[in-house]
Design a protein around this ligand. Structure first.
Ligand SMILES: Nc1nc2c(ncn2[C@@H]2O[C@H](COP(=O)(O)OP(=O)(O)OP(=O)(O)O)[C@@H](O)[C@H]2O)c(=O)[nH]1
Ligand SMILES: [Mg+2]
Length: 199
Protein backbone atom coordinates (compact mmCIF):
# COMPACT_ATOMS: atom_id res chain seq x y z
CA UNK A 1 0.00 0.00 0.00
CA UNK A 2 1.55 3.35 -0.98
CA UNK A 3 3.03 5.43 1.78
CA UNK A 4 2.72 2.75 4.43
CA UNK A 5 5.62 0.96 6.12
CA UNK A 6 4.60 -2.49 7.33
CA UNK A 7 7.67 -2.58 9.53
CA UNK A 8 6.77 0.38 11.69
CA UNK A 9 3.05 1.08 11.50
CA UNK A 10 0.83 -1.87 12.38
CA UNK A 11 -2.86 -1.81 11.63
CA UNK A 12 -4.72 -0.67 14.73
CA UNK A 13 -7.66 -2.92 15.46
CA UNK A 14 -10.11 -2.10 18.21
CA UNK A 15 -11.48 -5.09 20.10
CA UNK A 16 -14.03 -5.08 22.93
CA UNK A 17 -14.02 -7.47 25.89
CA UNK A 18 -17.42 -7.75 27.52
CA UNK A 19 -19.58 -9.98 29.70
CA UNK A 20 -21.28 -10.01 33.08
CA UNK A 21 -20.07 -8.65 36.39
CA UNK A 22 -16.90 -10.29 37.68
CA UNK A 23 -16.49 -12.64 34.74
CA UNK A 24 -12.80 -11.79 34.30
CA UNK A 25 -12.70 -8.93 31.77
CA UNK A 26 -10.07 -6.88 33.63
CA UNK A 27 -8.02 -10.04 34.25
CA UNK A 28 -8.24 -11.03 30.57
CA UNK A 29 -6.88 -7.70 29.34
CA UNK A 30 -4.18 -7.46 32.04
CA UNK A 31 -2.95 -10.98 31.22
CA UNK A 32 -2.14 -10.11 27.65
CA UNK A 33 -1.43 -6.37 27.49
CA UNK A 34 2.09 -5.33 26.54
CA UNK A 35 1.56 -1.89 27.99
CA UNK A 36 0.63 -1.22 31.60
CA UNK A 37 -3.12 -1.82 31.34
CA UNK A 38 -5.39 1.03 32.28
CA UNK A 39 -8.08 -0.08 34.65
CA UNK A 40 -10.64 1.96 36.47
CA UNK A 41 -11.25 -0.23 39.48
CA UNK A 42 -13.22 1.22 42.37
CA UNK A 43 -14.63 -0.31 45.54
CA UNK A 44 -18.09 -1.82 45.13
CA UNK A 45 -20.37 0.54 47.02
CA UNK A 46 -23.76 0.37 48.70
CA UNK A 47 -25.28 1.82 45.52
CA UNK A 48 -24.69 -1.59 44.00
CA UNK A 49 -26.69 -3.47 46.63
CA UNK A 50 -29.88 -4.90 45.18
CA UNK A 51 -28.89 -3.77 41.69
CA UNK A 52 -25.82 -5.80 40.72
CA UNK A 53 -25.87 -9.46 41.72
CA UNK A 54 -22.68 -10.59 43.43
CA UNK A 55 -23.93 -14.18 43.74
CA UNK A 56 -20.96 -16.40 42.98
CA UNK A 57 -18.47 -13.53 43.28
CA UNK A 58 -19.14 -12.56 46.88
CA UNK A 59 -15.41 -12.05 47.51
CA UNK A 60 -15.27 -9.27 44.91
CA UNK A 61 -14.52 -5.93 46.52
CA UNK A 62 -13.74 -3.78 43.47
CA UNK A 63 -15.29 -3.39 40.05
CA UNK A 64 -14.51 -1.62 36.79
CA UNK A 65 -16.42 1.66 36.72
CA UNK A 66 -15.44 3.02 33.30
CA UNK A 67 -13.28 0.78 31.14
CA UNK A 68 -10.18 -1.38 30.85
CA UNK A 69 -7.63 -0.65 28.17
CA UNK A 70 -4.66 -2.65 26.94
CA UNK A 71 -2.68 -3.28 23.78
CA UNK A 72 -1.12 -6.34 22.22
CA UNK A 73 0.81 -6.77 18.98
CA UNK A 74 -0.23 -9.76 16.90
CA UNK A 75 2.86 -10.15 14.74
CA UNK A 76 4.43 -7.14 13.00
CA UNK A 77 1.34 -6.09 11.08
CA UNK A 78 -1.49 -5.86 13.63
CA UNK A 79 -1.89 -4.19 17.02
CA UNK A 80 -5.01 -4.97 18.99
CA UNK A 81 -6.37 -2.26 21.24
CA UNK A 82 -8.48 -3.95 23.87
CA UNK A 83 -11.36 -2.13 25.54
CA UNK A 84 -13.10 -3.80 28.48
CA UNK A 85 -16.64 -2.83 29.38
CA UNK A 86 -17.73 -2.13 32.97
CA UNK A 87 -19.61 -5.09 34.48
CA UNK A 88 -22.26 -3.31 36.47
CA UNK A 89 -25.55 -2.93 34.59
CA UNK A 90 -25.92 0.70 35.68
CA UNK A 91 -22.85 1.62 33.62
CA UNK A 92 -24.13 0.03 30.42
CA UNK A 93 -24.83 3.49 28.95
CA UNK A 94 -21.04 3.63 28.38
CA UNK A 95 -21.13 0.71 25.98
CA UNK A 96 -22.25 2.68 22.92
CA UNK A 97 -19.18 4.91 23.15
CA UNK A 98 -16.85 2.05 24.01
CA UNK A 99 -17.80 -0.09 21.01
CA UNK A 100 -17.55 2.75 18.47
CA UNK A 101 -15.26 1.54 15.68
CA UNK A 102 -14.64 -1.89 17.22
CA UNK A 103 -14.07 -4.69 14.70
CA UNK A 104 -14.87 -7.56 17.05
CA UNK A 105 -15.79 -8.57 20.58
CA UNK A 106 -14.94 -11.26 23.08
CA UNK A 107 -17.95 -12.01 25.29
CA UNK A 108 -16.75 -13.74 28.45
CA UNK A 109 -18.99 -16.16 30.33
CA UNK A 110 -18.86 -17.95 33.67
CA UNK A 111 -20.76 -21.26 33.62
CA UNK A 112 -21.73 -20.78 37.28
CA UNK A 113 -23.70 -17.67 36.24
CA UNK A 114 -24.19 -18.27 32.53
CA UNK A 115 -27.28 -16.06 32.30
CA UNK A 116 -25.18 -13.01 33.22
CA UNK A 117 -23.80 -12.84 29.70
CA UNK A 118 -27.25 -12.40 28.09
CA UNK A 119 -27.17 -8.57 28.11
CA UNK A 120 -23.77 -8.63 26.36
CA UNK A 121 -24.91 -11.28 23.87
CA UNK A 122 -28.08 -9.36 23.05
CA UNK A 123 -26.08 -6.18 22.60
CA UNK A 124 -23.28 -7.60 20.44
CA UNK A 125 -25.57 -9.78 18.32
CA UNK A 126 -27.15 -6.52 17.19
CA UNK A 127 -23.78 -4.96 16.24
CA UNK A 128 -22.32 -5.10 12.74
CA UNK A 129 -19.19 -6.94 13.89
CA UNK A 130 -18.38 -10.53 14.82
CA UNK A 131 -17.95 -11.86 18.34
CA UNK A 132 -16.76 -15.03 20.03
CA UNK A 133 -18.04 -16.50 23.28
CA UNK A 134 -15.21 -17.46 25.64
CA UNK A 135 -16.03 -19.47 28.77
CA UNK A 136 -13.63 -18.38 31.52
CA UNK A 137 -12.67 -21.43 33.58
CA UNK A 138 -13.13 -20.72 37.27
CA UNK A 139 -11.95 -23.10 39.97
CA UNK A 140 -14.82 -25.34 41.01
CA UNK A 141 -17.02 -24.40 38.07
CA UNK A 142 -18.68 -27.31 36.29
CA UNK A 143 -17.19 -28.01 32.85
CA UNK A 144 -19.48 -28.05 29.84
CA UNK A 145 -18.73 -28.92 26.26
CA UNK A 146 -18.74 -25.88 23.95
CA UNK A 147 -21.79 -27.28 22.14
CA UNK A 148 -23.66 -27.52 25.44
CA UNK A 149 -22.85 -23.87 26.15
CA UNK A 150 -23.88 -22.93 22.61
CA UNK A 151 -27.21 -24.69 23.03
CA UNK A 152 -27.85 -23.23 26.48
CA UNK A 153 -27.27 -19.72 25.14
CA UNK A 154 -29.03 -20.28 21.82
CA UNK A 155 -25.98 -19.21 19.83
CA UNK A 156 -25.86 -19.68 16.06
CA UNK A 157 -23.59 -22.47 14.79
CA UNK A 158 -21.07 -20.06 13.25
CA UNK A 159 -20.34 -18.25 16.53
CA UNK A 160 -17.13 -19.73 18.00
CA UNK A 161 -17.50 -21.00 21.58
CA UNK A 162 -14.15 -21.45 23.35
CA UNK A 163 -12.77 -22.16 26.78
CA UNK A 164 -10.08 -19.98 28.29
CA UNK A 165 -8.28 -19.04 31.46
CA UNK A 166 -8.32 -15.26 31.62
CA UNK A 167 -5.24 -15.29 33.86
CA UNK A 168 -3.07 -16.96 31.23
CA UNK A 169 -1.51 -14.98 28.44
CA UNK A 170 -1.35 -17.93 26.01
CA UNK A 171 -4.99 -18.77 26.58
CA UNK A 172 -6.09 -15.17 26.04
CA UNK A 173 -3.97 -14.93 22.89
CA UNK A 174 -5.67 -18.06 21.54
CA UNK A 175 -9.10 -16.47 22.02
CA UNK A 176 -7.96 -13.28 20.30
CA UNK A 177 -6.54 -15.33 17.42
CA UNK A 178 -9.88 -17.04 16.82
CA UNK A 179 -11.65 -13.68 17.00
CA UNK A 180 -9.23 -12.17 14.48
CA UNK A 181 -9.90 -15.03 12.06
CA UNK A 182 -13.59 -14.17 12.35
CA UNK A 183 -12.91 -10.46 11.91
CA UNK A 184 -10.83 -11.04 8.78
CA UNK A 185 -13.44 -13.42 7.32
CA UNK A 186 -16.22 -10.97 8.14
CA UNK A 187 -14.45 -7.97 6.60
CA UNK A 188 -13.57 -9.98 3.50
CA UNK A 189 -17.15 -11.18 2.98
CA UNK A 190 -18.85 -9.72 -0.09
CA UNK A 191 -20.76 -6.56 0.64
CA UNK A 192 -18.81 -5.74 3.79
CA UNK A 193 -16.77 -2.61 4.21
CA UNK A 194 -13.03 -3.30 4.47
CA UNK A 195 -12.83 -0.54 7.04
CA UNK A 196 -9.87 -1.24 9.25
CA UNK A 197 -8.54 1.82 11.04
CA UNK A 198 -4.94 2.55 10.23
CA UNK A 199 -2.50 2.98 13.10
N1 LIG B 1 -9.98 -19.00 39.12
C1 LIG B 1 -10.05 -18.00 38.25
N2 LIG B 1 -10.23 -16.76 38.73
C2 LIG B 1 -10.33 -15.75 37.85
C3 LIG B 1 -10.21 -15.97 36.46
N3 LIG B 1 -10.38 -14.79 35.83
C4 LIG B 1 -10.58 -13.87 36.79
N4 LIG B 1 -10.54 -14.44 38.02
C5 LIG B 1 -10.74 -13.75 39.29
O1 LIG B 1 -12.09 -13.32 39.30
C6 LIG B 1 -12.19 -12.04 39.93
C7 LIG B 1 -12.91 -11.07 39.01
O2 LIG B 1 -12.10 -10.80 37.89
P1 LIG B 1 -12.13 -9.38 37.13
O3 LIG B 1 -11.10 -9.50 36.07
O4 LIG B 1 -12.05 -8.26 38.09
O5 LIG B 1 -13.58 -9.43 36.51
P2 LIG B 1 -14.32 -8.27 35.69
O6 LIG B 1 -15.16 -8.96 34.67
O7 LIG B 1 -13.35 -7.27 35.19
O8 LIG B 1 -15.22 -7.63 36.81
P3 LIG B 1 -16.11 -6.27 36.74
O9 LIG B 1 -15.27 -5.22 36.11
O10 LIG B 1 -16.45 -5.98 38.17
O11 LIG B 1 -17.33 -6.62 35.95
C8 LIG B 1 -10.76 -11.62 40.27
O12 LIG B 1 -10.54 -11.89 41.63
C9 LIG B 1 -9.90 -12.50 39.39
O13 LIG B 1 -8.66 -12.77 39.98
C10 LIG B 1 -9.99 -17.31 36.00
O14 LIG B 1 -9.86 -17.57 34.81
N5 LIG B 1 -9.93 -18.27 36.94
MG1 LIG C 1 -13.35 -5.29 35.44
Amino acid sequence: MPGRSDQTVPLAVKIVVSGGLGVGKTTFIAAVSEIEPLDTEAPITQVSVGVDSLDGVESKTTTTVALDFGRIRLGPAIALYLFGTPGQARFSFLWDDLVEGALGTVVLADTRRIEDCYPALDYFEAQDAPFVLAVNRFDGAERFEPDEVREALGLRAEIPVLECDARERGSVRDVLGVLMDRVIGFRAAPGRRAAVARG
